[in-house]
Design a protein around this ligand. Structure first.
Ligand code: SF4
Length: 447
């Protein structure tokens, strides 16, 4: 169980030196207990006390990393019930289920189709991460063959699902480098699978009919040294499944019960008769509180809205979304192409680059870090001043890419023209449209 603020306070130096940023050790202890402080902020904690306090400073829901490679995901690690209280940290992973008796050719075709489901948004590649290989025949060799095919021919990571530990082990041995999630240890198989997963350093899902059963399993596995656990709380229908997700989150966060402090896996594929309804259920679990969400299939129209929802829900509401400062080529520009500049607020970038693309005219888009503020706000806040923008242009490297010295600034930042021209000798600074909708027409003009 997590320590209370008073229990933590007893382990602190009690000198009230304030170096941790709060006035007293008691205040620091309370912050630590509620997950608002980092133990490392106090330089005077003894090694002995630190060992005891590590449990208190660990997130109430442990983060668990699943898979390997570019589609690896860390799930869990959450500290709040509701996103607006602070933020959600680790987006859930999406998986599509595959039956272990699926013909190999069909499996290859599906993997190729799923692999194509990648979407570029605000500088990010949005894509699903996992396949869930489900044992449907008890044939360990067939299970292993499909696990190997998925691992060898795709970027997808794996969830291996079987009630037979020997089948799971055969599958895991065939795709060991992918660090598959084993689903699932039950009261009967926990000792065997727990030992195997520990030896191979694999994450392990636990499954039981009720919360007591789950608590008993996680307690035993943690005592045996296992921390990479995922909870399958089941639920016969949508209502009971959702209830269990909420109860688990509350027990972990509000009661500080470490036995439930692990990410969960949920199965919309078992709760609906169509992919459309599955997708709606999955959308609910993105917000509440799936760690891994398993669907029966991926299609563009089902996974794209889920990926966008995931991006939105797991964006820190206290920090604006940004894109990386730099030079963005649009429509294959050359040395004579126009140069535009804007701020790194993701929405601004997204709209401006979209309008430039739609014009079909080549151009360079310079994106300046303005702490994620839009143009007008950034200018008003002094983060898009003529001096700063000129300095950025000099250092950006754009001068090596173009033969001219013309730059177009956003209409809302017209006031910085004078300062920019002063700091950018030889450059001509032009004022572009105020509204992005007019960029396409502007790009076609001779300047
Ligand atoms: Fe107390 Fe440590 Fe904070 Fe100093 S830095 S006030 S000793 S908790």
């Amino acid at each position: 169980m997590a320590l209370t603020g008073i229990q933590i306070f007893k382990l602190l130096p009690k000198t009230n030196c304030k170096e941790c940023g709060v006035p007293t050790c008691l205040a620091f202890a309370m912050n630590l207990a509620s997950g608002k402080a980092d133990l490392d902020s106090c330089p005077y904690v003894s090694d002995e006390a630190r060992a005891q306090l590590e449990e208190a400073s660990a997130p109430p829901i442990l983060p668990v990393t699943l898979g390997s490679g570019v589609r690896k995901r860390t799930v869990g690690g959450e500290t709040v019930m509701f996103r607006h209280e602070k933020t959600f940290y680790n987006p859930p992973a999406f998986a599509a289920r595959i039956a272990s008796d699926m013909p190999l050719k069909e499996l290859s075709t599906r993997l190729a189709g799923w692999n194509a489901l990648q979407f570029e948004r605000v500088g990010l590649n949005l894509r699903p991460e996992f396949t869930a290989l489900k044992d449907t025949s008890g044939d360990a060799a067939a299970f292993a063959e499909r696990a190997r095919l998925i691992a060898d021919t795709s970027e997808f990571n794996l969830i291996l699902m079987s009630e037979n530990p020997d089948v799971l082990k055969a599958g895991a041995d065939a795709c060991a480098a992918k660090k598959p999630l084993l689903h699932a240890a039950t009261a009967d198989t926990a000792a065997d699978l727990g030992a195997y997963a520990r030896e191979k350093d694999l994450p392990l899902a636990v499954k039981a009919h009720d919360l007591e059963g789950i608590a008993s399993l996680t307690e035993k596995l943690v005592a045996a040294g296992h921390k990479k656990l995922v909870i399958d709380a089941g639920g016969a229908d949508v209502k009971s499944s959702l209830e269990r997700q909420v109860i688990l989150r509350r027990l972990a966060l509000k009661n500080g019960d470490r036995r439930f402090g692990f990410p969960t896996i949920v199965f919309p594929c078992d709760l609906a008769a169509s992919l459309e309804v599955e997708t709606m259920i999955a959308a609910m679990y993105v917000a509440k509180y799936g760690g891994v969400i398993v669907l029966s299939d991926f299609t563009g129209e089902s996974i794209f809205p889920l990926l966008l929802e995931r991006l939105n829900i797991y964006t820190d509401p206290q920090r604006p979304m940004t894109v990386t400062q730099g030079i963005y080529p649009i429509n294959n520009p050359d040395e004579n192409s126009k140069v535009f500049i804007t701020t790194n607020f993701a929405l601004t970038y997204f709209i401006v680059s979209g309008e430039m693309e739609a014009s079909r005219e080549p151009g360079w888009l310079l994106v300046k870090d303005a702490e994620g503020l839009s143009v007008l706000t950034a200018w008003a806040a002094g983060k898009f001043s003529g001096e700063d923008v000129a300095e950025f242009i000099k250092k950006s490297g754009i001068e090596e890419k173009i033969a001219h010295r013309n730059v177009i600034i956003p209409g809302y930042a017209a006031a910085i023209v004078g300062d920019m021209e002063e700091d950018l000798p030889g450059w001509k600074v032009m004022v572009g449209p105020r509204e992005a909708a007019h960029i396409a027409a502007f790009m076609k003009q001779d300047i």
